[in-house]
Design a protein around this ligand. Structure first.
Ligand SMILES: Cc1cc2nc3c(=O)[nH]c(=O)nc-3n(C[C@H](O)[C@H](O)[C@H](O)COP(=O)(O)OP(=O)(O)OC[C@H]3O[C@@H](n4cnc5c(N)ncnc54)[C@H](O)[C@@H]3O)c2cc1C
Length: 468
């Protein structure tokens, strides 16, 4: 008999936490997962990746019906929006997946401790249930996977009606007339796209000179141009300084980097300026764990915090705030705890923006390669020259591959175009396997597919694309 109630207690059931719990159970550990929300799955399943993608898909169907089907000879008279049904469907998708996670935990004999977890000691976790009942559980190891929350900024405090975070923008009960989006990052552009497709005027305010900060410049500029064509308005180099609200009206007072001012009035404002690590109520002080700069839980290469037996993964630690990064860290830390060689390759984590067209990236960008003085070759191929993209009627964008000049090894790949989110998988595997551009160029890609654009971009690295 173990001297502990659990070998491992995971605090948080997001993609980091629940995946870690399952992997640890597979490896033979007795595992508990603490979660205070009514449903499992964390931000990703409840108010993040999944509901946003459900709405992106539904709104895309609506926009295609309005604008594109007639070109294919499909005439639909007076398509109308049934927003309650669209929102209900989104909720059903979420419900199916969150109860799926509950089933997975059960199948793997992971105990769900319902309530808010906090440290009594590094090896004792207190769980406070919604009704105030407190239980304590001894545990050999703890993984903190408490995720993140939206950042609130002083000039635009969330009132959950006119000024909302991403969570509020997933459930507007009517299409805003004019949605002001503060922040031209992934979440702002995705949710801005949803409501624009459904009929809202959308204005994006971005403090930096480019949307999608950190993304390959050519991709970010290309996407912005296309979104502008779709009707989105952008104010770059523009900082929100104050917000005024009146009945059903919100006015953003902004200052541009040249000192001039802009005033924008709408009826809803989405503030999507980033997320911060969430550690409230965890009782880190009880175990003497202090946060590092930016409020993140400090960890070493093996996700160990400075407190013995306490690990952390996902949004609550450094690195990109992405569900698949959290999942892979969850698997790695479980394997490390049992003495295996868990590992995440941070150079091969893809990032996707699910706008239309989509944007996807993995590895180093052309700009970063130049900044770092790396000698690279770049191959690029447009969707315009691809048969399948023509058949789809979706020819915006390109694939760009950045390879080492001497070794031809693929260092990064960047896609703006239809189904970029799926196409990037091949290139993420290429980066993971240290493949060369030649490896991709020599691999047979089915015809006609969008994936042929990836192959042609790999050929372009050596200036030998065929179809252009
Ligand atoms: C609108 C939106 C869209 C997104 N889209 C994508 C996308 O398309 N792709 C992608 O990769 N990422 C996306 N993300 C980011 C993604 O959701 C996060 O990176 C991911 O959920 C992080 O996982 P996590 O396990 O670290 O934390 P979380 O998913 O945040 O889960 C943490 C969990 O811990 C629980 N918790 C916190 N404190 C305690 C406590 N003391 N006791 C018990 N439980 C606690 C919380 O209730 C929560 O359930 C999106 C995010 C948002 C907001």
């Amino acid at each position: 008999m173990s001297e502990f109630d659990f070998d491992l207690t995971v605090i948080g059931s997001g993609p980091g936490g629940y995946v870690c719990a399952i992997r640890a159970a597979q490896l033979g550990l007795k595992v508990a997962c603490v979660e205070y929300e009514e449903t499992l799955g964390g931000t990703c399943l409840n108010v993040g990746c999944i509901p946003s993608k459900a709405l992106l898909q539904s709104s895309e169907y609506y926009a295609h019906t309005l604008h594109d089907l007639a070109k294919h000879g499909v005439k639909v008279s007076n398509p109308t929006l049934d927003l309650p049904t669209m929102l209900k469907r989104k909720d059903e998708v979420v419900k199916g997946l969150t109860s799926g996670v509950q089933g997975l935990l059960k199948k793997n004999k992971v105990t769900w401790l319902k309530g808010r977890g906090s440290f009594v000691t590094a090896q004792k976790i207190k769980v406070t249930a919604a009704d105030g009942q407190v239980t304590e559980h001894s545990t050999k190891n703890v993984v903190i996977a408490t995720g993140s929350k939206p950042i609130e900024i002083p000039p635009a405090k969330f009132d959950r009606k006119l000024i909302v975070s991403s969570t509020g923008a997933l459930k507007f009960d009517a299409v805003p007339k004019h949605l002001i989006v503060v922040g031209g990052g992934v979440i702002g552009l995705e949710l801005g796209s949803v409501w624009m497709r459904l009929g809202a005027k959308v204005t994006v305010i971005e403090a930096l000179p480019q949307i999608l900060n950190g993304m390959d410049t050519e991709l970010a500029k290309g996407l912005m141009k296309i979104l502008e064509k779709q009707g989105m308005t952008f104010h770059l180099d523009t900082k929100l300084t104050e917000t005024k609200t009146a009945k059903n009206q919100v006015t953003a007072l902004c200052q541009k980097s040249d000192g001039s001012t802009v005033e924008i009035t709408g009826d809803r404002m989405l503030v999507a300026v980033g997320r911060k690590a969430y550690t409230e109520g965890l009782g880190l002080e009880a175990i003497g764990l202090t946060l590092e700069g930016g409020g993140k839980v400090p960890v070493d290469h093996d996700y160990r915090t400075p407190v013995a037996g306490v690990y952390a993964i996902g949004d609550v630690i450094k690195g990109p705030m992405l569900a698949h990064k959290a999942e892979d860290e969850g698997v790695a830390v479980a394997e490390l705890i049992v003495g295996q060689a868990g590992h995440v390759n941070y150079d091969a984590i893809p990032g996707v923006v699910y706008t239309w067209p989509e944007v996807a990236s993995v590895g180093i960008s052309e700009d970063k390669a130049k900044e770092q003085g790396l000698e690279v070759k770049v191959g690029k191929f447009p969707f315009m020259a691809n048969g399948r993209a023509k058949a789809f009627g979706m020819t915006d964008g390109f694939v760009k591959i950045v390879a080492d000049k001497k070794t031809d090894r693929i260092l990064g790949a960047h896609i703006l175009g239809p189904n970029a989110s799926e196409l990037i998988a091949e290139l993420a595997v290429a980066v993971e396997f240290s493949a060369s551009a030649e490896d991709i160029a020599r691999s047979t890609h089915a015809h006609p597919t969008l994936a042929e654009v990836v192959k042609e971009a790999a050929l372009a690295v050596d200036k030998r694309s065929i179809h252009i």
